[in-house]
Write a protein that binds this ligand. Structure first.
Ligand SMILES: CC(C)(COP(=O)(O)OP(=O)(O)OC[C@H]1O[C@@H](n2cnc3c(N)ncnc32)[C@H](O)[C@@H]1OP(=O)(O)O)[C@@H](O)C(=O)NCCC(=O)NCCS
Length: 206
């Protein structure tokens, strides 16, 4: 197994892994959606994140299978990575893939999350923080240290930057992973899936 940089060519694999690692979210937001359509939509979502300037590291087996991913935003060079034309085209393609009910639920979720966000500790302004958007390991490879390694490599890339992320309150594996990496609680929020803890990690040098 090795860790490598992910690119927009990997978004289908990332989408598949997302479905396997987050079945409850898929069920909540996309119940009954045919699998190929769901994968198309998730692939476009990850394409959009890359076009917005997001980055990814992948854990890949020696046979070439993607075992895990971590997607993140780093404020350094974000604007130069952003591809506006790709963003507009991808967002346009997504419109045709999201049902009206799904769009309503996603929008309601986002509004709920925004309105219920409370900080319990002061963290630097969002523009100077990096953000981990999503990390997931294929269920068959979980609990073997892959998540720890992937997160460690991402944090090395985010050296000297504060890092924020959200983790579900009822996700012991995620909470352990982040606590061991030095993240501390800085607030809480909630959405349609339940409560989330907001975490912050002070800038580190490796
Ligand atoms: C959370 C996740 C990324 C951790 O990756 P991983 O490779 O399985 O974790 P590791 O083997 O590196 O172990 C990291 C920590 O999680 C703990 N852990 C792993 N699987 C666990 C489980 N099923 N239940 C409780 N703790 C678990 C490990 O024990 C370890 O903590 P410890 O050393 O204090 O015991 C992975 O389990 C996953 O993809 N889960 C589903 C998606 C998810 O929840 N992503 C995080 C969203 S914020």
């Amino acid at each position: 197994m090795h860790i490598e940089k992910g690119s927009p060519q990997d978004t289908r694999d990332i989408a598949r892994l997302y479905c396997a690692a987050f079945p409850a979210s898929v069920e909540l937001f996309f119940r009954g959606k045919p699998r190929e359509k769901l994968l198309d939509l998730l692939e476009l979502t990850f394409d959009l994140i890359f076009a917005w300037g997001g980055e990814a590291l992948l854990a890949r087996s020696t046979e070439g299978a993607v075992l895990g991913y971590c997607m993140y935003f780093s404020p350094r060079g974000l604007l130069s990575r952003r591809k506006w034309d790709k963003m507009v085209a991808t967002a346009g393609s997504m419109m045709g893939k999201v049902g009206l009910l799904e769009a309503g639920r996603l929008l309601r979720n986002q509004v709920m999350m925004t309105l219920s966000t409370r900080h319990t500790k002061k963290v630097p302004a969002p523009r100077s923080q990096a953000r981990i958007l999503s990390i997931a390991i294929d269920p068959s490879s979980q609990g073997k240290g892959v998540g720890t390694l992937l997160l460690q490599r991402v944090l090395e890339k985010l050296e000297h930057q504060g890092v924020v992320l959200n983790v579900r309150k009822d996700n012991p594996a995620g909470r352990n992973l982040y606590a061991r990496a030095g993240f501390q609680e800085c607030g809480f929020t909630r959405d349609l899936s339940g409560e989330w803890i907001m975490l912050f990690k002070e800038p580190t040098s490796y």
